[in-house]
Design a protein around this ligand. Structure first.
Ligand SMILES: [Zn+2]
Ligand SMILES: [Zn+2]
Length: 236
């Protein structure tokens, strides 16, 4: 685990947000510092967290998500390393979170004298249950045996044959990762004009558990309800 205490780092706010994961939405504890966003599983409410993820705020962009019947007050958190959707309990909380994150990002960019680059942002993964057939060939029916895979470039749910290529996307992984055929063709043609990373075909070592690595889940998260004191709290 990375040490969070560094000079100049200030905790701006914290609270529980519902993160849309691959299978279903899950509660996650988020900590907003002035330079990073940290989130993790909740083991014991307010006391213990694991599976800690750290996103540098200089890379973070926010995008609104329209309300649906069951999922409301959501927005996208987009970065090169990881992009996903989160939901706040109320509209007020959503507004607070978004404005605090935006302010931290802008302050940081100003302080460091840099601008953001969106070219290498990772995709928000399409949840498993939104695709019953492959989003590339539109033929392959998913089942327990016919597993779903996610393209790391576009985030679509695709079948094995439509995603048997890997590509090096350094902002996401140091090893080549699974991409769909559309993205492969796109990246290959882009590569022929300017030298890019070499593609690599999926080897025999490609294990079946690969895609589940994103599902930062544990079974002992004991937070089904978000109580009053778990709402977004600010410290300024
Ligand atoms: Zn397919
Ligand atoms: Zn793709």
């Amino acid at each position: 685990m990375q040490p969070l205490k560094v000079p100049g780092r200030v905790l701006v706010g914290e609270g529980v947000l519902t993160k849309l994961c691959r299978k279903r939405p899950k509660p996650r504890q988020f900590f907003l510092f002035n330079d990073i966003l940290v989130y993790g599983n909740i083991l014991i409410s307010k006391k213990k967290y694991n599976q800690q993820h750290i996103i540098s705020l200089e890379d973070v962009k926010l995008e609104n998500v329209d309300d649906e019947i069951t999922l409301r007050n959501g927005w996208k958190i987009i970065s090169p390393k990881k992009s996903f959707v989160v939901y706040a309990a109320t509209t007020t909380e959503k507004t607070q979170w978004m404005s605090h994150i935006k302010k931290c990002v802008n302050d940081l960019l100003l302080k460091r004298g840099i601008t953001q680059d969106t070219a290498n942002d990772s995709p928000v993964w399409v949840p498993d249950d939104e695709a019953t057939v492959c989003m590339h060939c539109r033929k392959y029916q998913f089942s327990v045996i016919n597993r779903r895979h996610h393209c790391r470039k576009c985030g679509k749910v695709v079948c094995g044959p439509c995603s048997d290529q890997k590509w090096l996307l350094p902002q996401q992984s140091s090893k080549p990762i699974r991409i769909c055929l559309s993205c492969y063709n796109e990246l290959s043609s882009a590569k022929s004009t300017n030298a890019g990373p070499p593609p690599a075909a999926l080897g025999a070592e490609d294990s079946s558990g690969e895609d589940s690595s994103d599902d930062d889940d544990t079974n002992y998260a004991n937070v089904d309800t978000v109580s009053q004191d778990e709402q977004f709290q600010t410290y300024d």
